[in-house]
Write a new protein. Structure first.
Length: 159
C-alpha cells in the first residue's frame, strides 16, 4: 500500500498591506519591527482579520507604539477580558533604531507609517516606512505617470 502524502496549504506570509501609504507619502526607508500582541490578536491575525490602512507610529519615552491598526476579534474570543480592536500596540525595536527614528522625525520632519503586516518565522512583524508627506501636485504627477505607463503597456501589447 502506497503512502499518500498530504499537501499542506502554505499560508501567505502577508497579513495586511497599506497601499495608500505609497500614494500619500514618499517612503525613504523601510524598517522591520516586531509587534507585542495578546493571544486573541495572534489568533485573529492567523485568520487574516487585520487592517493597517490608518496605521502610524508614535514615539514616546524612548518607545515606539503602533496606532490606528485594527485587529478584529474572532467570534470565539473569550468574553471575560475587555477587547479593544484599535488598542495601541508596542513595537519591538532596538534602542539604536528608536533613537535614529526619533532623530529623523524631530529634525528632518519625517513621519513613520505602517506599510505591511506579515509573518516571519512564526512571529508577527510590521514593516514601517520612514516617509515624507506628498503634496497634492505630487500625487497628481504620480497618478499621471502611472496612467502613462499603463497606456504604454496597452500600445505595446496591441501593436
Amino acid at each position: 500500500m502506497a503512502n499518500k502524502k498530504k499537501s499542506k496549504k502554505v499560508p501567505s506570509a502577508t497579513i495586511a498591506t497599506n497601499k495608500k501609504a505609497r500614494y500619500d507619502y514618499f517612503i525613504e526607508e523601510r524598517i522591520e519591527a516586531g509587534v507585542a500582541l495578546q493571544g486573541w490578536e495572534v489568533k485573529s491575525l492567523r485568520a487574516g482579520k487585520a487592517q493597517i490602512g490608518d496605521g502610524y507610529v508614535l514615539l514616546k519615552d524612548g518607545e515606539a507604539f503602533l496606532l490606528g491598526g485594527l485587529i478584529s476579534p474572532m467570534v470565539s474570543t473569550s468574553s471575560h477580558t475587555e477587547i479593544d480592536p484599535r488598542r495601541t500596540r508596542k513595537l519591538l525595536l532596538h534602542k539604536k533604531e528608536i533613537t535614529r527614528l526619533i532623530g529623523a522625525v524631530e529634525r528632518k520632519g519625517f513621519t513613520i507609517v505602517a506599510t505591511a503586516l506579515y509573518w516571519k518565522r512564526g512571529r508577527a512583524k510590521v514593516e514601517l516606512g520612514l516617509a515624507k508627506g506628498k503634496k497634492q501636485h505630487d500625487k497628481r504627477a504620480t497618478e499621471k505617470a502611472r496612467d502613462w505607463d499603463r497606456e504604454k503597456g496597452r500600445i505595446l501589447k496591441g501593436g
